[in-house]
Design a protein around this ligand. Sequence first.
Ligand code: OOB
Length: 545
Amino acid sequence: MNAALPGFVPWPEEFAARYRALGYWTGENLYAGLARGVREHPERIAIVCGERRWSYAEFDQRARRFAAGLHRTGIGPRDRVLLQLPNIGEHYIACHALFLLGALPVFALPAHRRAEIGYFVGHAQARACVIADRDGDFDFRAMIREVRAEHACLSEVVVVGEAEEFRGFDGLLDEPLAGEGSDASEVAFLQLSGGSTCVPKLIARTHDDYLYSVRESARICGLGGDTVYLCALPAAHNFPMSSPGALGVFHAGGCVVLARRNDPQSCFELIQRERVTLTALVPALALAWLESRLRARYDLSSLACVQIGGAHLAGEVARRVPEAFGCRLQQVFGMAEGLVNYTRAEDDAALTLTTQGRPISADDEIRIVDDDDIDVAPGEVGHLLTRGPYTIRGYYRAEAHNARAFTADGFYRTGDRVRRLPGGHLIVEGRAKDQVNRGGEKIAAEEVEGYLLAHPAVFDAALVAMPDRWLGEKSCAFVTLREPAQATPRELAQFLRERGIAAFKVPDRIEFLAALPRTAVGKIDKKALRARFAAPSAVPASSFV
Ligand code: OOB
């Protein structure tokens, strides 16, 4: 049993025993899928990245060689290693090398900047990081220099590309490390939560629990050796990683094709060239692909299924998918904290188009409750609470927050408002958490409000979602100033950028008000602020940043 990583909240022993007895937790670790691939079909292609094609045997060798190199620098079991890579093969090499070592990847997204990366490194006490040299004109090495100046724990920096004073990724490849990987009851990695609080939360997932969700996802989605999966979303996100994502594909012996960019042309080219059978999109991306006239110029007939999840999928967009792509639509409603729901191949059109699916596991416990945690009547809308064999029991090192985010008996408060059909399918009706879901990218309102409040001219700030045709939601900050005309929207946006936050968190619009509306108890009335968007003419266009 887990002499757990400090800060990890384990399942109570009776639950863990039950999940093992039921065969959910098998004791296999996340390296096992790759190890099996090498045994059973070493020559089969596992990863396509640009012109590079790696077989399972080559993938395994590279992961073992990288693990050996990392080991030589002193990285070992339970050490945290921040991973921030674009969609390139090195991402999977690094993460499997860490699984083999029993070290923990901390999965950052390429969009994250100094503020987020600094926080993750500090909170996880990361000893090393693996980054790319640059992305367009953004230099990750320069960012890491700044992060390192504040976090002495970060002793090793590995760079894919021009390493400058750091270690080069390829230079670290050494004689392959033997071994099978770590104890499956251990924490395997730290994933980021979309969050709704002032600081992002880290999610610790174990090999046992995660592999269960990967294995079942691969089965539910019908993956096999002939699956060719296009990874169009950022590879480190939970959806393209495990629902069923790349890990599901490796588990099933299929092939993952990495899309460096996810614009229609780049992806259509890859789908045609590699005969892609499956991909996962957020609704905003699905809409961009649907609207693209380039669609007719490519042979997309290999597609068997397009998965859509991560944010609300409008019914009219859902309806267009099967015909436009000549394939099945699968809705996915998941969360990095655990619970994942899928519509199934056997579901009729109505279920597929209008629901977000049903849970993976018979042991995913679902409660739908009112504001007082009382179960609502069947079919009514309420807050979704969940507990199960792959849903965390607490965030990593977040004791005070955990007391609010989980019930006393261990249910996770998802912050989503749902209703359930008699067959168990869930329909996401909205959310109670204070978050903006900007095309699948989650923005915690409190976090951005905190950045705004740090500006000397800002007296108060409230971030809310505003509807957007392409992204579903964009963010609008309503701000009151200490003195009128002390700052412009443009200056505030620039101020946020200079604080080093991900670009998607900078409000799409900043609006000045004389006072923020308040509820009877004196809280900022975000509902009233959101209602302003019902009459768009009420908001002057000059406030765009
Ligand atoms: C996925 O994971 P996260 O952690 O980025 O975000 C989770 C949240 C959910 O709590 C919900 O608010 C929203 O994203 N969400 C959806 C949705 N899928 C996720 N809202 C409406 N409809 C959907 N289909 O986003 C994620 C993780 C694994 C698989 C798929 C998505």
